[in-house]
Design a protein around this ligand. Structure first.
Ligand code: MF3
Ligand code: CO
Length: 263
């Protein structure tokens, strides 16, 4: 799978992936305005599904490998792939929301971790550092650089804070399929791995744990949680590799605007 040759995208394809990715950002922002103590992740799932369908798209996670919902909603020690449920969110929780949509046959994939009300300074730093590690990785996604440069950027930043970098799950190519070649690990060595070419579209998605990097899967067959039950954060952008600077196809702009209004 990781050795499969990636499909490079032309500008028309990139525009379609951008439209899908921007819709994910809009959906996350719509959910951001509703995140508060008492709300359930099932409530957010229903809002997301309706919002995505109303925008002429399909919530791609729904039915993907038999996944039961439109969003992944991972609270506190859940890293990724949390299934929405009816437990109310609590003040001080963190909530990672991951959404994929398909529009005009192309995917967009993006994720963001939200604070529910006020969170501890330690948790706030985890969110900040994880988001920073994503942007440091994106700075490496230039033609001629290598997959290992992306992972190295995430790993060195996160580990300098003593955090654990999840290794069991990775970023991926994005296009007509959610998961295309290449695999994009959040750890690695400079100058190693596949060389990046202009038109390569990938989802970069650091999953960073406050404690150990080790994770396990719950018996629900989906939810990935930290082995030590400490919190974990996840931020994801879909980007396209260019010659001078990667273009970010998804966007956190509306999300951050919504967060600011709530603060
Ligand atoms: N968003 C995840 C990823 O980036 C995939 C979720 S797949 C689902 O790889 F089945 F859980 F929806
Ligand atoms: Co992804």
């Amino acid at each position: 799978m990781s050795s499969k040759k990636p499909v490079l995208k032309n500008d028309d394809e990139v525009e379609l992936i951008r439209q899908s990715s921007l819709l994910v950002g809009k959906t996350l922002a719509e959910l951001a305005t509703r995140i508060r103590p008492g709300v359930t992740t099932m409530d957010l799932d229903r809002v997301a599904e309706e919002f995505i369908r109303d925008h002429g798209a399909y919530p791609g996670f729904l039915g993907y490998n038999k996944y039961p919902n439109s969003i992944c909603a991972s609270v506190n020690s859940a890293v990724v792939h949390g299934i929405p449920n009816d437990r109310p969110l609590l003040e001080g929780d963190i909530l990672s929301l991951d959404i994929g949509v398909i529009k005009n046959e192309y995917w967009g994939d993006s994720a963001y971790t939200f604070a529910v009300g006020e969170v501890s300074p330690e948790v706030r730093q985890l969110l900040q550092v994880t988001k920073q590690s994503l942007y440091l990785a994106i700075e490496q996604a230039i033609a001629g650089m290598r997959i290992g440069d992306i992972g190295y950027a995430v790993q060195t930043h996160a580990e300098s804070f003593g955090y654990g970098v999840v290794r069991d799950l990775v970023g991926h190519g994005v296009g007509r399929n959610l998961h295309e070649a290449p695999e994009v690990p959040n750890f690695g060595k400079r100058g190693q791995g596949m060389q990046l070419s202009e038109g390569l579209v990938i989802a970069i998605e650091p999953m960073i744990n406050m404690g150990t990097r080790n994770v396990k899967q719950l018996k629900d067959g989906w939810t990935i949680v930290t082995a030590d039950s400490k919190p974990s954060a996840h931020f994801e952008h879909t980007i396209v590799v260019r010659k001078q600077k990667a273009e970010v196809l998804s966007s956190f702009e509306l999300i951050e605007k919504a967060e600011g209004l709530l603060a």
